[in-house]
Ligand binder design. Sequence first.
Ligand SMILES: [Zn+2]
Ligand SMILES: [Zn+2]
Length: 315
Amino acid sequence: MLLVQQGQPLVEATLPDPEPKPGQLLLKVRACAVCRTDLHLRDTEIEATKLPVVLGHQIVGITEDDRRVGVPWLGWTDGDCRYCRTERENLCLHAQFTGRDIDGGYAELTVADERFCFPIPSELSDAQAAPLLCGGLIGFRALRLAGSAPRLGLYGFGSAAHQICQVAVYEGRQVYAFTRPGDEETQAFARTLGAVWAGGSDERPPEELDAAIIFASAGELVPAALKALARAGRVVCAGIHMSDIPSFPYDDLWEERMIRSVANLTRRDGHEFLALAPKVPVRTTVTTYPLERAEDALADLRAGAFEGSAVILPR
Ligand SMILES: [Zn+2]
Ligand SMILES: [Zn+2]
């Protein structure tokens, strides 16, 4: 399923089989989870670097020698820039990302640089494992950047938050889940995963938060989350795109409150999260779509029509 032009529906297409270059694996795609970044590319909210492109960067695939591997968003780095040399390959100046710069997993076959692939925990099915590869592991990076934070807010309770809620509860934190105002179904879903409180993003939690992770792309959530923080609390913005952040009084940032973003992942984040996930254990709630319905999966994500994660299954 090809993104030929941004702002237009994906198009079914038959492409020549991809040919692996040295160091690349040829993969049969077993499952590819849908990320909000795919929707941002589809909807022109972030720039496409290559068109046409096969979207999808949460791929569970089978190698030619029958190993099951996961392909994440970080597809290639130069290994040589000042960020790569200081263990910050997530910020690599020449990074290439799966499903944007490199054709991704909305397909039956794909290729991926073996150095950036992860082994997949055997406990999880293909469809259950796929959402770990971006929602889970970039969510996990955001959780680490939130610090020890015993009282943690999650704004936007979708694929990433429903996984990170389980990790945070496993770590003994109290989770406060914020959804679109009036979305009682998602609030109930959050409580089933261990959230001690769930409400609308226009509500104030019953306790001050030590940190808040914002997974939604609405900039007005930043000052709202700041107002919910205790002293020295942190707001962590975990998405690749956000609408403009409205201005707010300096008083809301005073007392060492902090706002930061999270960009991409390092391979270390991936290995740490995929080792932790089976211990929690992280259980993903998934809605599956056949490959030819990838556009419907994106539409349902845009509309908030399912809980948890959407996963595309090629035949
Ligand atoms: Zn680099
Ligand atoms: Zn993603």
